[in-house]
Design a protein around this ligand. Structure first.
Ligand code: F6P
Length: 549
């Protein structure tokens, strides 16, 4: 047994889960007319309704007791105060300091990092304004019309998800593009319509060692210098965001064109830092600041709201309840707002890279299910693809439904159709349709008894499928900032409850190291043959087919 499973609150929840598995949400709603009022939290820019979960007052009390036993509030304080809670990398976790709009000083190793953050924000403002106003010139004296962000994972997903979501806020003074994949097809198709004279590259890499990013950045540099016929063009066309200034400078980027990044900011939590530079360039610095403000509001809610009214705490507890105690091991993210079409991909990294682990902070093997696999798609598209599975498969998938009251691009008649589906789906997943209802419906439609007997079992929907509903006022820089911060804190609390170090990613490092070794082998005529039989066989086949061996 690990420490968590020895807690009385944990054991009580294990027992409670056995009895809750016998319950149907229809009965819970029938028994309690206050369920919606009880199980909703109103936040500054959106409402969280978690009443369509398999929970009662007792469940919530028991989950809160678990949060207290796991010292969530103590850990929260440690994080905000800059203690080194990223134990395996011996680092503080301070993405909240990047959006500390109250500007309270925070000292880390003797340095006031609030000041350092403000200096970088000033640099972002100055630079993004210059680009947007056409004052930053390329090597031939022309203005920059296109910015290409080269980065992967946290150095790509955050900025790209945000600029896609907030397209309506862009004045299109600059076109922003993203290259993340080392598959040459992506950079080739991004660069094809662009002109080197008007293009600026942001090389975004916290470590400045990521092979995919470095390969893309080198290709971009060659593309530029083969058009400009001079290496000096690099200083007008390349900036970097990195905590590894030495590597960035060695790569050829001028020191003053390097934006700071700090080791106390994890890649997947970094869009609030200079990694968000493409956001400021695309949407303007004021909108970037609003994004930070929205996140800061949720930081305050997270720090101040009692646990039982604290949205990120509740979302984390529900995730643990659904996955660890009820055994639902996957979770869908279903935005009903076109703007959020990259949200599921973003959340996959945020949650799975953070908490997809199987040892405790102390390094002991975890014996309980930890976090679900996260997947998702725009709701409407999903409805006509995989929702069949959500409604009727024997694998229950709790889902987060995210929609907005006001569309930011209203087109007459569209939004109500969209939102009607949004509300209908959570209702259908929860209520289902039982055999009696199906038969009555088929009788009413005049179907024969034979037909009803044959078809009725296929039309039964058991329902009782949990969902959270996040109803945003509208998609804006502030509400989006808040939404992302909400999930960040959910992930943090989830990690604490599950006793996981949420801020490392050793699982990614293993593959990176192996890829580097294999690349050398692919580039050499000899086969090193140090692999298992399958990997060696595949490499040999690959090289032979390409006549490399
Ligand atoms: O994908 C793994 C990862 O280490 C992420 O955590 C990180 O966001 C990404 O690689 C990119 O890393 P870097 O910014 O150092 O290039």
């Amino acid at each position: 047994m690990t420490a968590r499973t020895q807690l009385a609150s944990w054991q009580a929840l294990t027992l409670h889960a056995q009895s809750m598995k016998q319950q149907h949400m229809n009965d819970l709603f029938a028994a309690d007319a206050q369920r919606f009022d009880k199980f909703t939290v109103q936040l500054p820019e959106f409402l969280l309704d978690y009443s369509k979960n398999l929970l009662t007052d007792e469940t919530l009390d028991r989950l809160i007791a678990l949060a207290k036993d796991c010292d969530v509030t103590g850990w929260r304080e440690k994080m905000f105060n800059g203690e080194r809670i990223n134990k395996t990398e011996d680092r503080a976790v301070l993405h909240t300091a990047l959006r500390n709009r109250a500007q309270t000083p925070l000292f880390l190793d003797g340095e006031n990092i609030t000041e350092a953050v403000q200096n970088t924000l000033d640099k972002i403002q100055h630079f993004s304004d210059k680009i947007r106003q056409g004052l930053w010139k390329g090597y031939s004296g022309k203005r920059i019309t296109d910015v290409v962000n080269i980065g992967v994972g946290g150095s790509n997903l955050g900025p790209q998800m945000v600029t896609e979501a907030l397209k309506a806020y862009s004045d299109d003074s600059v076109n922003v593009h993203y290259v993340s994949n080392v598959d040459g097809m992506q950079i080739a198709s991004v660069l094809r319509p662009l002109s080197p004279e008007n293009t600026l590259f942001i090389v975004s890499s916290k470590t400045f060692t990521t092979t995919e990013t470095m390969t893309n950045a080198r290709t971009a540099m060659n593309w530029l210098t083969s058009a400009s016929f001079s290496d000096s063009a690099i200083e007008q066309h390349f900036v970097a965001v990195s905590s590894n200034k030495i590597n960035a400078a060695a790569f050829g980027i001028k020191e003053e064109n390097i934006f700071d990044m700090w080791d106390w900011v994890g890649g997947r939590f970094s869009l609030w830092s200079a990694i968000g530079l493409p956001i400021a360039i695309d949407l303007g610095f004021d909108n970037f600041l609003d994004l930070l403000k929205g996140a800061h509001e949720i930081d305050q809610h997270f720090c101040q709201a009692p646990l039982a009214e604290n949205a990120p705490v509740i979302m984390a507890l529900l995730s643990v309840w659904n996955c660890t105690f009820l055994g639902f091991r996957s979770q869908a993210i279903l935005p009903y707002d076109q703007t959020l079409h990259m949200l599921a991909a973003y959340m996959q990294q945020a949650e799975m890279e953070s908490n997809g682990k199987s040892v405790t902070m102390a390094g002991e093997e975890i014996i309980y299910p930890t976090v679900p696999s996260i997947w998702g798609e725009l709701g409407i598209n999903g409805q006509h693809a995989f929702y069949q599975y959500l409604h009727q498969s024997n694998n229950i998938v709790p889902a987060d439904f995210i929609g907005s009251i006001e569309s930011i691009t209203p087109v007459k008649g569209h939004h109500e159709t969209l939102m009607a589906n949004f509300f209908a789906q959570t209702k259908a997943l929860m209520q289902g349709v039982n055999e009696e209802q199906v038969k009555a419906d088929l009788h009413a439609k005049g179907r024969s008894d034979d037909y009803i007997k044959k078809v009725a079992p296929h039309k039964v929907h058991k329902g009782n499928r949990p969902s959270n509903t996040l109803l945003m006022d509208t998609i804006s820089p502030k509400s989006l900032g808040g939404l992302i911060a909400l999930y960040e804190h959910k992930i943090f609390v989830q990690g604490i409850i599950l006793d996981i170090c949420s801020f490392d990613q050793w699982g990614v490092e293993l593959g990176k190291g192996l890829a580097n070794e294999i690349q050398q082998e692919l580039e050499s005529a000899t086969t090193f043959n140090v692999h298992d039989n399958s990997t060696s066989g595949l490499i040999t086949h690959y090289k032979k087919s390409k006549q490399l061996a």
